[in-house]
Design a protein around this ligand. Structure first.
Ligand SMILES: NC(=O)c1ccc[n+]([C@@H]2O[C@H](COP(=O)([O-])OP(=O)(O)OC[C@H]3O[C@@H](n4cnc5c(N)ncnc54)[C@H](OP(=O)(O)O)[C@@H]3O)[C@@H](O)[C@H]2O)c1
Length: 129
C-alpha cells in the first residue's frame, strides 16, 4: 500500500501495538505522529524512523487532545487517526477493587477514543476550531 505523505496519528504509539503500527505506517511512507504521556519513551520510539515525530498527549486530557488536533491542522491535517492508547489494571477482587482505577480505565479506554474522534472530526467539532 502506498501511503506516501499521508498524515497519521497513533495514540499510545510509544510502545507495543501502537509502536508496531507507527513503524508499519512509516515504512509505507506516511508521516506519523505518535502520542502518549511519557516524553522520554516517545522520543526514543520516534527516533526509530525519520518520518515519525511525537507529541505528549494524555487522551484523558481534553485540552491536550485539542492541542494535538490543532498542531496536526497547522501542519496539514490528519488523514488517519489510530485510537490505540489504553491501559488495563489487574485487580485481585478479594483484595478490593478501587473505584478510581476503574474510572481511570473508562476515561482512557472508552472516553479517550470518543474525545479524539470528536475533536479530530471536522463536522463534529467545527465550533471549537
Ligand atoms: N496486548 C494485548 O493483549 C491487548 C489486548 C486487548 C486490548 N489491548 C489494547 O490495545 C492497546 C495497545 O496495547 P499494548 O499491549 O500495545 O499496550 P502498551 O504497550 O501498554 O501500550 C499502550 C500505550 O498507550 C499509552 N497510553 C496509556 N494511557 C494513555 C493515555 N491516557 N494517553 C495517551 N497514551 C496513553 C502508553 O504510553 P504512556 O503510558 O507513556 O502514556 C503506551 O504507549 C491498548 O489500548 C490495550 O488496552 C491490548
Amino acid at each position: 500500500m502506498n501511503l506516501n505523505g499521508k498524515r497519521v496519528v497513533v495514540t499510545g504509539g510509544g510502545s507495543g501495538i501502537g509502536l508496531a503500527m507507527a513503524l508499519a505506517f512509516a515504512n509505507e511512507g506516511a508521516v506519523v505522529v505518535i502520542t502518549g504521556r511519557n516524553q522520554t519513551k516517545l522520543a526514543a520510539a520516534a527516533a526509530k524512523r525519520p518520518n515519525i515525530s511525537s507529541q505528549v498527549c494524555d487522551v484523558a486530557d481534553e485540552a491536550a487532545v485539542v492541542a494535538l488536533r490543532d498542531a496536526m491542522d497547522a501542519d496539514g491535517g490528519t488523514d488517519v487517526l489510530i485510537n490505540n492508547a489504553g491501559i488495563m489494571h489487574s485487580f485481585d477482587v478479594t483484595q478490593g477493587f478501587p473505584l478510581e482505577k476503574q474510572l481511570q480505565e473508562i476515561d482512557i479506554d472508552v472516553s479517550g477514543p470518543v474525545r479524539l474522534v470528536h475533536h479530530f472530526c471536522r463536522e463534529c467539532s467545527n465550533a471549537s476550531r
